[in-house]
Design a protein around this ligand. Structure first.
Ligand code: SF4
Length: 119
């Protein structure tokens, strides 16, 4: 795994790194040493959402919460209410993990292509 990924960067450079990230994303979570109270308290929801904004594994965390139908707390930069609405609207999605991983990879590929064009 690259230094960048270990230090919280969002880049995923190879399929091997993607596989590693899929299995070990929790170790890279920005909240790993934070109190869980932030994430399950409506009065501190904004604090939790702020942490998520700067988290390198937000996509993986959100996919986990959606696939596991977690109905409480902040995960992946979203509230439980937001996720419930999304699950109703997109009830046909079989695997959020696959959908969001593909979207993230496409996004990163587009950035790479844009950098190539800019050179
Ligand atoms: S996205 Fe938020 S809840 Fe998920 S691992 Fe990162 S900081 Fe924690």
């Amino acid at each position: 795994m690259s230094e960048e990924l270990q230090e919280g960067g969002a880049e995923v450079e190879t399929a091997r790194e993607r596989d590693h990230l899929d299995r070990h994303w929790r170790k890279l979570a920005r909240c790993v040493h934070e109190s869980v109270n932030f994430f399950f308290s409506s009065s501190e929801e904004d604090v939790a959402l702020g942490l998520c904004q700067r988290c390198a594994v937000r996509t993986e965390c959100l996919a986990y919460a959606l696939d596991e139908r977690i109905e409480h707390g902040v995960f992946g930069g979203t509230t439980a209410r937001w996720r419930r609405k999304l699950l109703v609207r997109r009830s046909h999605v079989a695997s959020w993990h696959q959908l969001l991983a593909a979207a993230k990879d496409q996004y990163l590929n587009n950035i790479d292509e844009a950098h190539q064009v800019a050179k």
